[in-house]
Design a protein around this ligand. Structure first.
Ligand code: B3K
Ligand code: ZN
Length: 888
């Protein structure tokens, strides 16, 4: 904790390190109260650096020994600063020996070495290694590690670190040791150790090359029956990376370890991935379809980092998206390929775009907006954002859209050929893509350097005599903090044209000659402020389908008539745009209604929306459409997404409108929902595969709509599904339906659920989440839940399950007009700040967009932000978020 203003780090200030580290040998004497860490590093001066001194980072360490080339250092030969150790003018070659003492059981930040349920774990990205020993803790310093772990044999029978196990044995005094050697050089952020009482599910797996590797999933005793899906996901990931990118697992052993206390999802430490239990443990009893899908994608994500992140890493943390954007893109493609079907791919694409719109667009329009490659930061942990990850992934996807799948692969091959074993920049990646394809991607750099979501406006003109269709695209991008004006981006806009029967018209551009096999989707490259593209041989006035498959992370302004949207919804060959048309139609109506409600609170009384209801009915009953697709198409845009469309946000009005529309759809399509419900019920054993999950999704959507009626029939339906469910997906859907209304069985179901699952931490999280997001849960109810014996702020999953779910997932209650939600938020940020700055800073982001709300809410939000600001010493993490939120 600190009171002074923390320092800002700038990208332009990057300088190479004064010393390289070749080898690191570490010895750990593990003890929760006091762990001794002895480190021996061989280092050599970097000829490209002008600095004379050797700078190491260290935080919260007790320094017990410091020797250079065998000699203890005198007090004048070095200086300990705030988080640094500087050794003055060392020789060309240095053997540096350091001993530190740390206190893992006091470590509630969950960075560095810490204890979770009696076992030891580490988390070093981004800057956690410096909480273990003094080290040049920056990603461009890559070294070869050998690590010896020593600990009590009974309490810590399992001792793991990166790479291969080369030795193990007894120490005689009730303790034992294990020595691990990582054959690959790596930055310190990829270091990991695990020690404790764990068991593993292991399998051998044969790579395409014929080599056999050992795969292990480590969990606490009693959880082995929840590891199969993670193991399958790992094997699928290994195979996929060989097939799609020709990338082979480079180790003989690959381990995944699950831990219950973890700040984020998982961590790609070389050969020893450490995972939040939430992204490992699953079986039908405790995990939902969404959990199964998330596990597959996170296991894939961390595995794919082995090449995109570990073999080729980042030069500095400003380049974070080099590995994160690319690896998210890879995990998205993996999940899509695992589903396999065209609609399956579209469904996955829609889900990913929903996340982007729900979280990244608001970030890009708010006070924390930053480019995919930021120019400065105060606390790097605050920059593991949806912009770095999700927008970063969209940027990578645009290369593939511009260069084609084969061109993209060529670029990837060149990237690895050039940079394997190096720490590089986003520019290096772009250069590989450009050079492998003979393309000039200079302008594309703006996607990395400019923040903000571009808007693309579409205007069209049809010339019936010349049979020409003109499409004029223009782009703009609103200012973001510190960036008033923007230069035009290089935007791939995928376009199709539909004839009156809804068929794709073959596309020919005036500029390029007509070929016989004209495509039905063309990628137009918008590079200037405004450009006109002329299509020839267009027999009739078409309906344009623009930004197919969401070919760029932009907001599309296009003037469709309601009928055109309904037409696209019914006919577009691009499944993404079919969905999009429906969302636009719904959004248009919801915005209009919100305006009406604000003027007249009674405006929703005789609600009638024939166009919307008809189009929903048609989609719901269209058996030719995949159930998973129908589920997405029949889900109204979220309250957050609606809010983003408005200049001034009134959360109560938005909620009232969305709710009223849901009720209307429930009433008017009651029988249709009922038919869909029955028609998508599966008897027999549970399987999480995409098609079964899609049917369950549609069935449970129907249940959710019917539950809006809050009548005996819907109560009975929910109760019976709850009582008879053979899987957690159906259980949760039924429980949510019960919890959101006035079903007589509500309290019993909630209590019974807790009782049945109280020993399953991940299910208890769900129980808190469900209540946090329930319609009638106000701040008082959340506080009551906080005094439940199962609640603790110290466990991030638990804190997120209740507090984050309420603040981010229950808009009408969080934005209660008396400001109680904001007061609760401030208290929670302040309390978490003392325990875990990273988790606190995430929660601090919940009031980011305060300026967008109606004046009374805005004023109360500002007060709450100020309350946190003056609450006492704040971590760098929270300080940065609050300061930026309040900045003019
Ligand atoms: N690279 C880690 C994230 C580390 C977050 C540090 N605050 C997980 C991932 O993106 O795969
Ligand atoms: Zn990642």
């Amino acid at each position: 904790m600190r009171t002074d203003t923390p320092q800002t780090i700038y990208r332009k200030d990057y300088t190479p390190p004064a010393y390289w580290v070749d080898t690191v040998e570490m010895g750990f004497d593990l003890d929760p109260a006091e762990t001794r860490v002895a480190t021996r590093m061989t280092m050599r001066r970097n000829p490209d650096s002008r600095a004379r001194n050797l700078l190491l980072h260290g935080e919260g360490l007790q320094l017990a020994q410091l020797r250079v080339n065998g000699k203890a250092l005198g007090p004048r030969a070095y200086a300990l600063g705030q988080g640094t150790l500087e050794i003055f003018n060392p020789p060309q070659n240095v053997v540096l020996e350091i001993e530190t003492v740390i206190k893992p059981d006091q470590n509630t930040s969950l960075m560095g070495l810490y204890v979770s349920n009696g076992n030891f774990f580490t988390q070093c990205e981004a800057e956690g290694f410096r909480k273990i020993t003094y080290f040049p803790d920056r990603p461009d310093v890559m070294a070869r590690y050998t690590v010896m772990l020593r600990a009590d044999k009974e309490r810590y029978p399992v001792l793991l670190s990166n790479g291969n196990l080369i030795d193990q044995g007894d120490l005689g005094d009730g303790r034992h040791y294990a020595t691990w050697e990582d054959p690959f050089k790596k930055p310190s952020y990829l270091f990991a150790l695990v020690a404790g009482n764990l068991v593993c599910h292991e399998e051998t797996y044969r790579l395409q090359s014929g080599r056999e590797v050992l795969l292990q999933v480590w969990v606490e005793e009693g959880n082995l029956d929840k590891t199969q899906h993670a193991m399958e996901s790992l094997k699928n990931s290994i195979r996929w990376d060989e097939e799609r990118f020709g990338l082979e697992l480079d180790l003989d052993r690959f381990m995944i370890v699950a831990v219950g206390d973890f700040n984020m999802g998982a961590m790609e430490n070389k050969g020893l991935n450490i995972f939040n239990t939430k992204y490992v443990l699953a079986n039908p009893r405790i995990a939902t379809d969404a959990d199964f899908a998330n596990i597959e994608s996170v296991v894939g994500h961390e595995y794919f980092h082995n090449w995109t992140g570990n073999r080729v890493t980042c030069r500095d943390w400003f380049q974070l998206s080099l590995k994160e954007g690319l690896t998210v893109f890879r995990d998205q493609e993996f999940s899509a390929d695992m589903i396999g079907t065209d609609t399956g791919r579209a469904v996955k694409r829609i889900e990913d775009v929903r996340v982007l719109r729900q979280a990244q667009f608001p970030e890009d329009a708010g006070p924390m907006a930053h480019p995919v490659r930021p120019d400065s930061y105060v606390e790097i942990n605050n920059f593991y954002t949806v912009t770095i990850y999700e927008k970063g992934s969209e940027v990578v996807r645009m290369y593939q859209t511009l260069l084609g799948k084969d061109g993209f692969r060529k670029g990837m091959d060149l990237y690895f050929q050039r940079h394997d074993g190096q720490a590089v920049t986003c520019d290096d990646f772009r250069a590989a893509m450009a050079d492998a394809n003979g393309r000039d991607l200079t302008q594309f750099e703006l996607w990395y350097s400019q923040a903000g979501t571009p808007r693309v406006k579409v205007e069209t003109r049809y010339d019936a005599i010349g049979k020409q269709y003109e499409m004029t695209l223009s782009q703009s991008c609103p200012p973001t903090p510190g960036e008033e004006s923007k230069q035009p981006f290089h935007i791939p806009v995928a376009v199709g044209l539909l004839d009156a029967a809804g068929r794709d018209i073959p596309l020919r551009l005036a500029a390029s000659g007509a070929g016989p096999d004209a495509p039905t989707t063309l990628v137009l490259e918008l590079t200037r402020d405004k450009q006109t593209f002329v299509f020839t041989h267009v027999p009739e006035r078409p309906v344009p389908s623009v930004l197919r498959d969401f070919s760029a992370p932009v907001i599309l302004d296009i003037d469709y008539a309601d009928e055109e949207l309904a037409f696209l919804m019914a006919h577009d060959s691009d499944a993404f745009n079919r969905w999009e048309a429906g969302q636009r139609l719904a959004m248009r109506r919801m915005l209009a209604l919100t305006e009406q409600v604000e003027a007249d609170p009674a405006a929703l009384q005789n609600l009638d929306e024939p166009m919307l209801v008809d189009s929903f009915r048609a989609t719901l009953n269209d058996e030719a459409l995949d159930p998973a697709f129908r589920e997405l198409a029949l889900t109204l845009p979220s309250e957050t997404i609606i809010a983003e469309q408005m200049a001034v946000v009134n959360p109560q009005a938005i909620h009232a409108v969305r709710r009223a529309l849901r009720r209307l759809l429930a009433q008017q399509l009651r029988l249709d929902w009922r038919v869909a419900y029955e028609g998508n019920r599966d008897a027999g054993p549970y399987s999480p595969d995409a098609s079964a999950a899609g049917r369950r999704g549609l069935k449970n959507l129907a249940l959710g709509y019917l539950a809006e009626l809050d009548d005996t029939e819907s109560h009975l339906l929910a109760q019976s599904q709850y009582d008879n469910a053979n899987n957690m997906t159906d259980r949760m859907a039924a429980l949510a339906a019960l919890a959101n209304g006035g079903a007589p069985g509500r309290e019993d179901a909630l209590a019974g659920f807790y009782d049945e699952f109280k020993d399953e931490a991940l299910v208890v999280d769900k129980w808190f989440t469900l209540q946090a997001m329930a319609r009638n849960t106000d701040v008082a109810a959340v506080r009551a839940l906080m005094s439940h014996p199962a609640f603790t702020l110290k466990n991030p999953n638990r804190a997120r399950s209740l507090i984050f779910s309420f603040c981010n997932g229950n808009p009408p209650q969080f934005h209660a007009t008396d400001g109680s939600g904001y007061g609760f938020w401030a208290e929670s940020v302040i309390a978490l700040n003392r325990i875990n700055p990273q988790v606190a800073a995430r929660l601090a982001r919940s009031l980011d967009r305060w300026r967008k709300f109606t004046p009374p809410l805005r004023a109360m939000m500002q007060d709450a932000l100020r309350q946190v600001a003056r609450s006492g010493p704040l971590s760098k993490d929270v300080h940065e978020v609050i300061t930026k939120s309040l900045a003019e």
